[in-house]
Design a protein around this ligand. Structure first.
Ligand code: ADP
Ligand code: MG
Length: 329
């Protein structure tokens, strides 16, 4: 279907089949065929499994109308890559389903530059997709590789394992008001608020950290997209376990503490979504040998322990913590 004066095929050629996104050095050694035919073709090396994840973002639901297209492209791919990080997979390639209400070449240029930025950084080429007309919607699918049988699952947590998180939590929640108001980093006079906005629009998928944790004895992992309490609960459900955590130990950034004060910052760290840090479990013996910073220059903080009380999360005083994580329905 032609979606404007440029035409669908010319649009794909101009913005998505560009070498900066579609032909990443080192990936095209004959084992991968990308955009241009009816299907992409990729080899899965012997002994590896293909890890796949799809995320759909709808304008007005998952991102505000008229937001910065570069940031949108960057964030959409980062969010998707975060699922590969949580499995300990190495990124391989991605596909893009794009639904556009109209063709704006400026928008497409900036959006595709946001994608290209991360595609280059993580050496993952865009290998195909689909382009249609309709309300602005992005569907991104990432492919990754992980040694067979070794992906970090949600179901591996065991009683006594320590619960840890990467980075700082609550920053993206601290930016939400500004995001919804349509503020950009440039509008932001306050350096701390600008920092929070950066964390919302440019999350760092913890890819090296996830692969490192898979090789360092972590028993389960999840990326924190909906809020720590809600996402930890997914690990607990899959593992048939419970948890005790110390909310006062949650790592919060200087910017969040300065903007909202320590108490509110901890509340955001506990239930706020969109940070895309990892929550993982690891047996105590392995945890004892963990460095303070792991690859990605990523700090880790131990916040609690897995218990044998299925589905219950308690704080250090033994009081059950109830989450208010985001759900769509
Ligand atoms: P088909 O009609 O066979 O489904 P299309 O005409 O939709 O193929 O797409 C032509 C080629 O362009 C395919 O290789 C497809 O993967 C690629 N493509 C289409 N849309 C996009 C997009 N938004 N991003 C990347 N590649 C795309
Ligand atoms: Mg076809």
């Amino acid at each position: 279907m032609a979606i404007g004066a440029v035409g669908e095929f010319e649009l794909i050629k101009r913005y998505f089949a560009r070498p900066e996104i579609a032909r990443i050095q080192g990936r095209h050694t004959g084992d991968l065929m990308g955009i241009g035919d009816d299907c992409a073709l990729l080899d899965v090396p012997t002994g590896m499994q293909l890890a796949q994840s799809l995320d759909t973002l709808v304008e007005g639901v998952h991102f505000p109308a008229h937001c910065d297209p570069f940031a949108l492209g960057y964030r959409a791919l980062a969010v998707c890559l975060s699922d590969l990080a949580a499995m300990g997979a190495e990124p391989h390639s991605f596909t893009l389903g794009l639904t556009l209400p109209r063709v704006s070449e400026l928008w497409l240029k900036e959006f595709s530059e946001g994608l290209a930025h991360l595609a280059q950084k993580y050496q993952l080429p865009l290998i195909g997709g689909d382009t249609t007309k309709g309300p602005l919607t992005l569907s991104l699918q990432v492919q990754g590789l992980v040694p067979k049988g070794q992906a970090l699952l949600r179901s591996g947590a065991r009683e006594g394992d320590l619960i840890c998180v990467t980075g700082t939590l609550g920053d993206a929640a601290g930016a939400l008001e500004a995001v919804l108001a349509g503020d950009t980093q440039e509008d932001c006079a306050d350096a701390h608020r600008k920092c929070l906005l950066d964390r919302y629009w440019y999350p760092s998928p913890r890819l090296s950290a996830g692969q490192w944790l898979r090789q360092s004895g972590a028993t389960s992992a999840i990326d924190i997209s909906d809020g720590l309490l809600g996402d930890l609960r997914h690990i607990l459900e899959a593992s048939g376990m419970g948890a005790v955590i110390a909310p006062e130990l949650l790592p919060t950034s200087f910017a969040l503490n300065q903007t909202y004060g320590q108490d509110a910052a901890l509340g955001m760290a506990l239930t706020g979504g969109d940070d895309y840090e990892l929550c993982f479990t690891i047996p105590r013996e392995q945890a004892a040998t963990l460095p303070a910073r792991i690859p990605d220059d990523c700090p880790i903080t131990c916040i609690g322990q897995i218990t044998n009380e299925p589905g219950i999360i308690r704080d250090s005083q033994g009081i059950p913590l109830i989450e208010k994580a985001y759900t769509h329905f």
